[in-house]
Design a protein around this ligand. Structure first.
Ligand SMILES: [Zn+2]
Length: 123
């Protein structure tokens, strides 16, 4: 292999690496979209589960005649569980604030999310 051949080969490899680099960038964008979609689906799923649980709790209350205090307690447990899920979502790197909900936190902590978290489950 003469020197010119080596140079041509190097140029071709460089070009292929450039293409791969571009492809990796595109895949990274796709992964971000999928992760955000997944986070939003997790929250939506939790909301639906909470609604289902409330419905079940409500019908059980009717059947067994549970006291209003017990009903309120069950409701608070569901709210607490939803709060825990949001806190976990934030810890996993997603926004849980109204401003950027469900999108990936690319720049560390978010003040909107943190103010929501410091409000606690009862608010
Ligand atoms: Zn946020």
């Amino acid at each position: 292999m003469d020197k010119r051949e080596i140079f041509v080969k190097m140029a071709s490899i460089e070009e292929r690496i450039g293409d791969l680099y571009k492809e990796i960038g595109e895949l990274k964008d796709v992964i971000v979209v999928l992760m955000e979609e997944n986070a939003q689906l997790l929250v939506e799923n939790q909301h639906l589960r909470n609604r289902l649980d409330r419905k079940k709790t409500g019908s059980q209350t009717k059947q067994k005649g549970t006291s209003p205090v017990a009903k309120e307690k069950a409701k608070k447990a569901v709210v607490g569980e939803g709060y825990d899920n949001l806190a976990r979502l934030y810890a996993e790197g997603f926004h849980i604030c109204n401003v950027h909900f469900g999108s990936l936190r690319k720049e560390g902590d978010c003040l909107f999310c943190l103010s929501f978290l410091s409000g606690g489950p009862q608010k």
